[in-house]
Every structure is written in C-alpha cells, then in structure tokens.
Design a protein around this ligand. Structure first.
Ligand SMILES: [Zn+2]
Length: 132
C-alpha cells in the first residue's frame, strides 16, 4: 500500500482522501471492479464519496498507469495490478482472475521470427469453467 502511495507521489499526483479510499479498496479487494462496484462498496463501508469522484479518480489513476483497466463489453473494470499479467475469465460467473503466465522462450522466438517484431510484453486472456 505504501508502495502505491509513493508511486503516486513520484508521479506528482495529489493523494486526496477520496483517491486514497479508491486505492485502499482496490488493494484490499484484489479483483476487477467497475466504477459502480467501487462506488457501492465504498458507500457500504460508510465512506462518503460521490460517483463522479470515484470515476474521476479511477480515470486519473489509470491514465497515470497506477492501476489496470480492462475494457469489457459490459464496461470498464479496474484492478490493482499495473504490471503485465494475464487473465482467466470464468465462463459461468464472469469472474476474472489475475494469472502470471510465462510463455516458453521458444514460442516467443517463433512469434518474433514470424512477425519480425521484438516481443516486449504480453497478456493472455483465457476463458474456462471450473473442472468437474
Ligand atoms: Zn488484472
């Protein structure tokens, strides 16, 4: 948590009470939430914050690269990790889990040869169901 506060300060971002609330919630939930989810969770916790403030803080944190933003058909989801990582979506519940997947170097080399690009980072989107 201190890490992300420090990162914000280094980026010259003001850490208002509302901004800290949004960060604290994302770091404690460790999942992918919509602006509405975040607004509702904070208000259920008795935190007094407006929907516009939640939305503006999420946008600011996302454009500074402090948090992650996933564009889904149902809208934008925000998460606490900003490093490249992969996702597993449950086909039954729509829940999204963070995954750290490392592709074999041979596969990356093959992709580089095939495309003529140097791969710098990658994220995989996997979909599945709980195994019976
Ligand atoms: Zn994620």
């Amino acid at each position: 948590m201190d890490d992300v506060y420090r990162r914000c300060r280094d980026l010259g971002m003001r850490l208002s009470r509302q901004r800290r609330m949004v960060l604290d919630l994302l770091w404690s939930e460790k999942s992918h939430l919509s602006a509405r989810d975040i607004f509702e969770k904070l208000n259920n916790l008795g935190r007094n914050i407006g929907h516009t403030s939640v939305y503006q803080n999420l946008e600011a944190l996302q454009s500074a690269g402090v948090i992650e933003c996933l564009d889904r058909a149902s809208g934008r989801l925000y998460g606490y990790r900003s490093d490249p990582h992969s996702h597993l979506t449950c086909a039954e519940t729509g829940d999204i889990r963070d995954l750290d997947v490392e592709l074999p170097p041979e596969l990356l080399e093959q992709i580089e040869r095939h495309t003529g690009y140097c791969i710098e980072s990658y994220t995989l989107h996997l979909t599945g169901r709980p195994r019976p």
